[in-house]
Ligand binder design. Structure first.
Ligand code: NAD
Length: 452
């Protein structure tokens, strides 16, 4: 078992540190945010991540997991130091490297023994070399350290499971012995490990996120055409996905991707490509289509209820995806801000992200449950496909609304079922609207349904 230090206790650092402790290692997690560390030392988590709270408490009780603001305490005995700090977008789209640089400096100053420094943050290609330079500048002379890239692929909402059962572990190093030692840390997981050069590992992370984002923008572009031509994109995606070469993941049309990774990583990759004289046309289109989906959805709401001024709208879901409280670049922020700007009032409910949302968009009214958000509204908008929304009594919701107009930003619902319940249903890339015929329970415009 090893002594590990993790710098940064966000989604990646906290999950990494806790899971390594759970595998039997001794882990010290360091963060500059004193409030965050104080909370963690009382088993209060700064983020919502299923299964993590219990795991933190258990490993703290066993004395294998510690949290501190002191680099000295974290780094002095560490054989492995993971950097898991943020790399947000800079104003020109490139990755803002200040957290990584500060972390590398902090680690360098506190190194007291040979160590492997492992970068888990998503960083521009060449950062490994830059981190090594910073460490050399600040570390006491005579110490031997290597920098390894080990990009993280966990998904918020299933991060613990993703850490414990990864599809693959990428280890990038120009030093075979360090790569082997890092691979050994993951041995217990029995996962497939791929060892590459430092720069290749850094690129694998960006390219992976970029293709996932591209699939979403691709299907959204198809959705725009489906809607005009009367095809149902959900069924189209299902039919496409049956081809093993295509598969069905990341082909859900809707209001587009958000979150802390896809938007910033696509932008950073685009910027990197431009800086070396390439012309990343596909990445440019991916971002453009994604921004457009949010706007098109707002316009659809406008069309559905005949303008927005003085209309009351209910919103289900704020986080950028289900099972997380993360609101970074969530479509809900742009969509709700635009709806408010155009004169509507908005009542919203989310199972985990409301507190943070009220800091970002204070004029949206937050509700204590899905029913309250829908009550009295001219239209109900589903922006995040939390499981909770699949279990709501839709008949009760319909009766409480001023007008039973349902705009499904994630194509969660079955249009025929919604129409049977008396809703006017507007999905994304499906015949719009699907609505009850007068005095009839049959639909007037649902053109096709997905196989169940
Ligand atoms: N969130 C994800 O789903 C995810 C998945 C894969 C990869 N990544 C990448 O991992 C990295 C971290 O992402 P995150 O979502 O965990 O970020 P985050 O913003 O949630 O957490 C970053 C943490 O680092 C701390 N920090 C900042 N500067 C520090 C410093 N100098 N010393 C110590 N702590 C410092 C912050 O206080 C914060 O707690 C990013 O590069 C991200 O792109 C994120």
């Amino acid at each position: 078992m090893s002594n590990i230090c993790v710098i940064g206790t966000g989604y990646v650092g906290l999950v990494t540190g806790t899971c390594f402790a759970d595998l039997g290692n001794t882990v010290v997690c360091v963060d500059i945010d004193a409030e965050r560390i104080k909370g963690l030392n009382q088993d209060r988590l700064p983020i919502f991540e299923p299964g993590l709270e219990e795991m933190v408490a258990r490993n703290r009780r066993k004395g294998r997991l510690k949290f501190t603001t002191s680099y000295d305490e974290g780094v002095e005995n560490a054989e492995f130091v993971f950097l898991a700090v943020g790399t947000p977008s800079d104003s020109d789209g490139s990755a803002d490297m200040r957290q990584v640089e500060a972390a590398a400096q902090g680690v360098g100053k506190c190194l007291r023994q040979d160590a492997v420094i492992i970068n888990k943050s998503t960083v521009p290609i060449g950062t490994g070399d830059q981190v090594a330079r910073i460490l050399r500048e600040h570390a006491p002379s005579g110490l031997r350290f290597e920098v390894v890239s080990n990009p993280e692929f966990l998904r918020e909402g299933s991060a613990v499971l993703d850490f414990m059962e990864p599809d693959r572990i990428i280890i990038g190093s120009d030093d075979g012995e360090s790569a082997r030692r890092v691979a050994e840390l993951y041995h217990a997981l029995g996962a497939r490990i791929m060892i590459t050069s430092l720069r290749t590992a850094e690129m694998i992370k960006y390219a992976s996120n970029a293709i996932l984002a591209s699939r979403i923008s691709f299907i959204n572009e198809i959705a725009q055409t489906c809607e005009k031509l009367g095809a149902d994109v959900k069924v189209v995606a299902e039919g496409m996905g049956l081809d093993k070469r295509i598969g069905n993941l990341f082909l859900n049309a809707g209001i587009g991707f958000g979150g802390s990774c896809f938007p910033k990583d696509v932008k950073a990759l685009k910027r990197m490509a431009e800086q070396v004289g390439c012309d990343p046309k596909l990445l440019t289109a991916v971002m453009h289509i994604n921004a457009e989906q949010r706007l098109l959805f707002v316009e659809k709401v406008e069309r559905a209820i005949g303008g927005l001024r003085s209309k009351s709208l209910g919103v289900w879901g704020l986080s950028f995806k289900p099972n997380t409280d993360d609101l970074r670049d969530a479509p809900s922020i742009d969509i709700i801000s635009l709806l408010l700007e155009r004169g509507a009032s908005v009542k919203a409910y989310d199972p985990a992200a409301m507190e943070r949302f009220s800091e970002i968009v204070p004029s949206a009214v937050l509700c204590k449950n899905a029913y309250e958000a829908a009550s009295g509204c001219d239209a109900l908008l589903l922006l995040t496909e939390w499981n909770e929304f699949k279990q709501v009594d839709l008949a009760a919701v319909k009766h409480s609304m001023a007008r039973p107009v349902f705009l499904d930003g994630r194509n969660l619902s079955d249009p025929e079922e919604m129409v049977r319940l008396g809703f006017e249903y507007w999905g994304v890339g499906r015949a719009c609207p699907a609505k009850p015929l007068d005095g009839d329970s049959k639909t007037s415009s649902v053109v096709s349904t997905s196989s169940k």
